[in-house]
Design a protein around this ligand. Structure first.
Ligand code: UDP
Length: 151
């Protein structure tokens, strides 16, 4: 079992795509462990995108991601890091295949609806950045996935 960090970006929240995105992850059989609508400050955004800090688009990316609320989530499932990246689709709309979230809903590479961690290491770091060490297991401890299936 793996955990990953998935975030509906401000454009996705604004366009009313939270429900559609949750639906796709639920239908795939993944378990939602934590979720929160939040507006993040620049330091959280800069830490989140630190691998891009030297890129020319870094400033605009931080402007964008702090421009309105994001819907931050922790999901769990088998091979979820690889599978969620497939479900999300490629960064650029000219490469994102129809059927993927970006392929179906995104039309530019800057504002592309959704973020998903690309490795176990980034998932850990991103979950901690958004939910903190103490909070990240909260929902699962209260309500384990095995119990939820039988409800
Ligand atoms: N991005 C951008 N301009 C670019 C490339 C990326 O604004 O030329 C943004 C875009 O929002 C993307 C994020 O930076 O989702 C992170 O880029 P990455 O290459 O890690 O893509 P992802 O993992 O999100 O597909």
């Amino acid at each position: 079992m793996q955990r990953t960090f998935i975030m509906v970006k401000p454009d996705g929240v604004n366009r009313g795509l939270i429900g559609e995105i949750i639906k796709r992850f639920e239908q795939k059989g993944f378990a939602l462990l934590n979720a929160e609508l939040m507006t993040i400050d620049r330091s959280k955004a800069e830490y989140h995108y630190m691998e891009h800090q030297e890129k020319p688009f870094f400033g605009e990316l931080v402007d964008f991601i702090t421009s309105g609320p994001v819907f931050a989530m922790v999901w769990e499932g088998e091979n979820i890091i690889e599978v969620s990246r497939l479900m999300i689709g490629k960064t650029s709309p000219t490469e994102a295949m129809p059927g993927t979230i970006r392929g179906d809903f995104a039309f530019c590479k800057e504002e592309n609806v959704i973020h998903g961690s690309d490795s176990l290491q980034s998932a850990e770091r991103e979950i901690e950045n958004f939910f903190g060490l103490l909070k990240r297991h909260r929902l699962e401890d209260d309500f384990p996935f095995e119990d939820r299936k039988s409800v």
